[in-house]
Design a binder for this molecule. Structure first.
Ligand code: WTA
Length: 677
């Protein structure tokens, strides 16, 4: 066995095992990028140093237009419930639209890229967005909606989603967008929790080559909600093809309204933006927690908008002249913060893409980038892995140039990062690996793209004004370079953080603040570190490497292994395209990792591949990482947003019921994999 350091399991401490991705080499940001960056010099570190907290965040709030400036920057008198920019009056719709009209009314706000390539890309200027948002806001008002009401949106990636959000924001209605890939039942659960009397949806949308009937989900959502004692009064429906109803599902009497018909009554109507309190609620975004019930992260107007605008400018490096494309879905927080609110507040042109990145082939994103001249690109490691697997040489065929690229949402394996850098970015782009959560509103950790060196697989230091800290189980600080993994927390409040969990303050405190608070009576924010629920390690350079959810950590014979670390090693095997590792109970060792791997095109399964994977895990991590079983599978079960469903793989490996798989993009693969057990 070649690995010397790990050949005696008993000599290896738990913490050492938890941290074995090798330290990667640095990559300098491209000089051309740094020369044009919004942040070019180190004075930012001084402006946002701890001594300047919380006043440093006025720099972000000052990027916005306020009807009335705030009196108090941070009211922290009742931790962990914080209010930012108290006394300030503001409107998010005004900041994302109206204030740009004087200079940019004829500039594209939204490029809509329909999935079918024979449909032209649609370009909506800021003036057109202004007109549409006003008309829809006028219509919503006429239906009796007013500031403080909630509405649930269940909309696909069409420009009307952004129009709807901004129309709600204009009149102070709290929107709660549910990812369109969720089922009608899942939507109902969120409608009931938010107490929405209105559901705004679409008739149909394209996905993977098919025009999907989406309206049928609204019917299921309404009937399910009704069974739970909650009545949806109106379903407002946008048409995918204007003036053509594309769903097979019939309309329901007085309940269902086709927006495209009714809105004609509001042609060119204008609605004054409401002057709202900075700490009023802009939207809810439901996310899964440790229990089955999803929780509604409740985000503010002034704090949230300041934070996503500031980070869009400094970390995404957005300028009004940029063509910015984030391939996430607006149904997730990434799309709210970094497709709609942040980029539009900065007057950028933001791309909304309806389809699947690898449909009809892995060249699609690069054709879009070429056609629109996209220069800032933002996506997830899952999408990058999929594109790398199916079309590793596709980017070279297209003439696009990115100055900046982002990854978000999961740890990215260094091998995958390097492909992104070299092949997608053509070595011309600065890359940021942004670590954050639905609850945090915006980025927590990332390099500053024009200044910091990049390190594959590492999110980087805390972004300006964020002071992360890693605690061990007992609450002892694990400093930079300790080589030990612990729980990442944020020491201070910040404006992008959710106000609370909708309707459940207690869960908010318990989930995010109880873990490391030593004095529940304390009124000092310093006693209330935000507990993110992720394992992390801080390298000597102060960069944080995120090891994944605490609940993703596999405890093999009492030793911790991050699933991501195992997957990273498996991906280093030449033939492997995608890898997922799940914990499976073992009567001797407690838990054993099972490895699921799918192969790159052109490779066939044979016994050698399994052996190579086992050897790679052994040499990269050590004998402790020996998997209970290696499954070579035709494809991974994936959600419609592209995330590998580890839960389903875990159930298959444990020979348990796989549960509801109707939301999968490829449910048929489950049976194929089950045959191998
Ligand atoms: C994970 C997505 C590693 C993390 C914005 C977090 C990441 C969860 C990264 C939140 C990253 C997010 N590196 N892990 N750059 N970004 N995560 O709420 O486990 O959908 O807790 O927000 O994704 O997922 P959420």
């Amino acid at each position: 066995m070649s690995d010397k350091k790990n050949n005696n399991e008993n000599e290896v401490t738990e913490a050492q095992i938890a941290v074995h991705w090798k330290e990667e080499e640095y990559f300098e940001p491209p000089k051309d990028f740094s020369a044009q960056a919004n942040i070019k010099d180190n004075s930012i570190f001084n402006r946002f140093k701890e001594e300047n907290f919380p006043n440093c965040f006025s720099e972000y709030a000052n990027m916005l237009d306020w009807y009335k400036k705030w009196d108090t920057i941070l009211d922290s008198s009742n931790p962990p419930f914080y209010k930012w920019f108290v006394g300030g009056k503001i409107n998010a719709s005004y900041n994302c639209i109206d204030r740009h009209l004087a200079v940019y009314k004829n500039k594209t706000a939204i490029h809509f890229v329909p999935e079918p390539e024979n449909e032209d890309i649609q370009h909506m200027t800021y003036q057109e967005l202004y007109v549409k948002v006003n008309e829809f806001a006028a219509m919503l008002k006429d239906y009796g909606l007013k500031a403080g009401d909630t509405v649930t949106l269940h909309m696909p990636m069409i420009p009307e989603l952004a129009v709807t959000m901004l129309a709600c924001a204009r009149i102070g209605v709290i929107h709660s967008q549910v990812f369109s890939g969720f089922s009608g039942k899942a939507c109902a659960e969120r409608i009931v929790d938010a107490k929405s009397k209105f559901l705004i949806t679409a008739d149909a949308y394209y996905r993977g080559g098919n025009l999907i009937d989406h309206k049928e989900k609204a019917d299921i959502a309404c009937s399910t909600a009704e069974k739970e004692g909650h009545k949806v009064e109106h379903v407002l429906i946008w048409e995918r093809y204007h003036n053509t109803y594309s769903a097979a599902t019939p309309l329901v009497g007085n309940r269902d309204i086709i927006i495209n018909d009714t809105i004609k009554l509001y042609r060119n109507k204008k609605v004054e933006p409401e002057r709202l309190n900075a700490d009023d609620t802009l939207f809810l975004m439901y996310t899964s927690g440790t229990t089955g019930k999803p929780k509604g992260a409740q985000h503010s107007i002034g704090g949230y908008l300041s934070y996503v605008t500031g980070t869009s400018k400094y970390i995404q490096d957005i300028k009004p002249e940029d063509v910015y494309w984030c391939m996430a879905d607006i149904g997730w927080i990434t799309g709210h913060s970094y497709i709609v609110y942040g980029p539009l507040a900065l007057a950028a042109s933001s791309v909304i893409f309806e389809g699947v990145p690898t449909h009809p082939d892995a060249g699609r994103p690069w054709r879009v980038a070429e056609e629109l001249g996209v220069n800032i690109f933002h996506t997830s490691p899952t999408a990058i892995r999929a594109l790398r697997r199916v079309g590793p040489n596709e980017p070279a065929k297209y003439n696009y140039h990115f100055k900046h690229m982002t990854t978000v949402g999961e740890p990215i394996e260094p091998t995958v990062w390097k492909w992104y850098y070299e092949f997608v970015g053509k070595k011309e782009a600065a890359i940021v690996d942004t670590y954050w959560q639905t609850e945090t509103g915006g980025f927590l950790c990332s390099t500053i793209p024009g200044i910091h060196k990049m390190k594959p697989g590492s999110a980087g230091p805390g972004v300006p004004g964020i002071y992360p800290i890693v605690f061990d189980e007992e609450g002892k600080v694990l400093p930079a370079g300790s080589g030990k993994a612990g729980n990442i927390c944020i020491k201070n409040p910040w404006p992008g953080r959710m106000l609370t969990i909708w309707g459940d303050d207690e869960r908010f405190v318990n989930q995010y603040y109880k873990r490391y608070n030593t004095n529940p009576q304390s009124k000092d924010w310093k006693d209330w570190p935000y507990f993110a629920g992720d394992g992390a390690v801080e390298a000597p350079d102060g960069y944080f490497r995120i090891l994944g959810r605490i609940d993703d950590v596999i405890n093999v014979a009492g030793h911790r292994l991050g699933t991501k670390e195992l997957e990273s090693a498996v991906l280093m095997v030449e033939e492997v395209g995608e890898a997922a590792v799940v914990p499976v109970h073992d009567s001797i060792k407690g838990i054993l990792p099972h490895v699921f791997a799918s192969l790159k095109p052109g490779f066939k399964n044979n016994d050698e591949i399994e052996e190579k994977i086992i050897n790679m895990l052994n040499s990269e991590i050590g004998p402790i990482a020996k998997p209970g079983k290696v499954w070579i599978v035709p494809d991974m079960p994936k959600t419609r947003s592209g995330k590998i469903m580890r839960r389903v793989l875990g159930a298959i490996a444990s020979k348990q019921n796989v549960g509801d798989i109707t939301t999968l993009a490829n449910p048929q693969v489950v049976e194929e994999i089950q045959k191998q057990s």
